[in-house]
Design a protein. Structure first.
Length: 410
């Protein structure tokens, strides 16, 4: 069933508010998604009726909370089409998931001269953890450029992968260019040399169906807050035989088997990677968010997203003074970066905000990509299942006003 975005607006209480005396047009879902009523209600009901710490108490509430928490893990496995929930680890966000892999896998697997292959289009969350690891282990990072079509240059990627490659880590959906990476093909290249293949699914998870087995991923991360769940929860899935061999990341309660004063042994997966009290109610919220998305259908959401992208690109391209970035085609989702002549992106975003339109401005945690595009920063409008054509029309109108106010024509 196609997405009825106008009807879906009603699922999000915050979308009925006004900003600067104008109706809110929320076009910043790529930074963080708003929360549907269903998620808010699930979290509220959990706190009111079942909340306690997990995996600890013998009492009823603790058992109920544990059952809710573990049900969320099963739900994440289903969302990713993972073979089992045993290798789904709850983390705070995609960033923590990637850092977990860098610490648990990287510190034992990587040696001086080993190579890590990354693209220039990665979010800083999929760059900086590898910089830290490479510095510690004496590893070398190979950066893959974009091709002339602003997609990852697959020939350059194939050439960068070699006998010393131990890791290939890349995005599934770009947070700036809005384009899907050919992940399954990259998996083949990585696996041909026995490298670990990590996929940063932070932007893909809210927008398109994910099947970690079909993608050939060894590890896949995403953040709850971008799929309509509360902030503070995310998930890392790792192929089970790999995760079983990895040492812990953080130490503390919950992740142990036995503890002496001078040594300890560690729990089996996934608990080995979940030290301390986790984000319990947030996991319940994540469960509800994934139910919501799957009920609507990720394939339908992706169709909606791509149709909006086509519409927005068409309308923005017709505006004098507006420069668009990112490829066009069937692999392009609803993340649209642009600049308005020589007006600073922050000025554009502030002027749009004054008209109730929320967009992001800056380098989008992608400085190498900004350099590759030859800009310091951009404005970015990003869409989700509640975004309508009318929202995009309001964006376009607001951009025209801003452009005319600043007297800017390219
Ligand atoms: N990767 C990509 C592609 C992202 O867009 C983001 C969030 N902007 C992240 C990683 C990091 O997500 P988080 O801040 O939730 O850890």
């Amino acid at each position: 069933m196609a997405i009825d975005a106008a009807a879906r607006r009603g699922d999000f209480p915050i979308l009925s508010r006004r900003v600067h005396d104008a109706p809110l047009v929320y076009l910043d879902s790529a930074a963080s998604a708003q929360k549907p009523e269903r998620v808010l209600a699930a979290v509220d009901a959990f706190y009111r009726g079942h909340y306690a710490n997990v995996h600890r108490g013998a009492h009823t509430l603790s058992a109920e909370a544990t059952a809710h928490y573990e049900a969320a893990r099963v739900r994440v496995a289903r969302f990713l089409n993972a073979p089992s929930e045993r290798s789904v680890v709850f983390v705070r966000n995609a960033t923590e998931g990637i850092n977990l892999v860098a610490h648990a896998w990287g510190r034992q697997a990587l040696h001086a001269g080993d190579e890590i292959v990354l693209t220039v289009a990665e979010h800083h969350a999929n760059l900086v953890p590898w910089h830290l690891l490479a510095a510690e282990r004496g590893a070398v990072i190979r950066g893959v450029p974009l091709g002339s079509d602003q997609r990852v240059d697959m020939e350059a990627l194939a050439a960068a992968i070699g006998p010393r490659t131990k890791l290939v880590a890349t995005f599934h959906l770009s947070n700036v260019l809005g384009v899907v990476n050919p992940v399954a093909r990259i998996a083949e290249l990585a696996h041909a040399v026995g490298a670990l293949f990590l996929v940063d699914g932070a932007q893909a998870a809210p927008h398109l169906p994910i099947d970690v087995q079909a993608l050939g991923a060894d590890a896949y991360v995403f953040s709850g807050h971008k799929v309509g769940a509360p902030s503070g929860i995310g998930a890392l899935w790792v192929r089970e035989p790999l995760l079983r061999d990895w040492p812990p990341f953080l130490g503390g309660g919950e992740m142990i088997r036995t503890v002496e004063v001078d040594r300890s042994t560690y729990a089996d997966i996934p608990m080995r990677f979940e030290a301390g009290t986790p984000a319990i109610a947030e996991a319940v919220g994540l469960h509800a968010a994934l139910d919501y998305l799957d009920d609507l259908g990720l394939a339908a959401i992706w169709d909606h997203d791509r149709a909006l992208a086509r519409y927005a690109i068409g309308r923005l391209r017709a505006l004098d003074g507006v420069t668009l970035y990112g490829p066009e085609g069937d692999d392009r989702g609803g993340i649209v970066p642009f600049n308005v002549a020589d007006v600073h992106p922050h000025d554009v975003a502030s002027a749009l905000d004054a008209r109730g339109v929320a967009v992001r401005a800056g380098h989008h945690c992608a400085q190498p990509l900004m350099r590759a595009l030859g800009v310091r920063s951009t404005v970015r409008a990003s869409f989700w299942l509640h975004t309508t054509r009318a929202d995009i029309d309001l964006l376009v109108e607001a951009i025209e006003e801003v452009r005319d106010f600043f007297g800017a024509v390219a």
